[in-house]
Design a binder for this molecule. Sequence first.
Ligand SMILES: [Zn+2]
Length: 224
Amino acid sequence: MSSLPNSLKNVSLFLERLPGIGEKTANRLAFFLLNLPEEDLKEFAENVATLKLKTKLCKKCFNFTEEELCEICQDKKRDQSMVCVVETVLDLLSFEQGRIYNGVYHVLHGKIDPLNRMGPEDIKIRELLNRIRTASAPPSPKWLRRPSKASAVKEIILATNPDMEGEATAMFIKNKLEEVKKLTGSRVNELKITRLAYGLPMGANLEYADYMTLKKAIEGRNKF
Ligand SMILES: [Zn+2]
């Protein structure tokens, strides 16, 4: 590393701070950047320089966006009555890449994890409850505009990870939603709370599946 000129060494040392990147890979990436056309490098540097300035959280679902609302929340073709609750934007992207879901999301930006001092107040649970309350508020008097039916949330899909913290987070949200259902008007009472199915990954072999996965798979079996 000491034999590298300072500018190259600085880039490499920065890249080494990225997750999963060791010294050798950092050097390789720095050399790759050095060989890129000047214009590409300038564009990349500009994007990095304005990354924090331009990127903010969607006011509704907390996905990343450059506007008030993210593309998904703005999309009129998406089913706004179905909200999938995920831990991170990366989880949201996994659903989006598969194009398997046409509802909207709510990103928690974490999970309840007492060992890492993450409590319910540190993630976007309060915001989710407010969103449900607002979207499902009882109809206003006739002389006011009634909230459109499309804005009412009918189903919450709890899509936190099936690990200990993810399960605890899902359970916490479920209990809070049940409280909201009891406290508010009839429209919230219709709210369905679901959890992603547990089971075996595609191509899995039963012989190698662990006990908990098999237990969850048999509990969540479907009519065939
Ligand atoms: Zn959004």
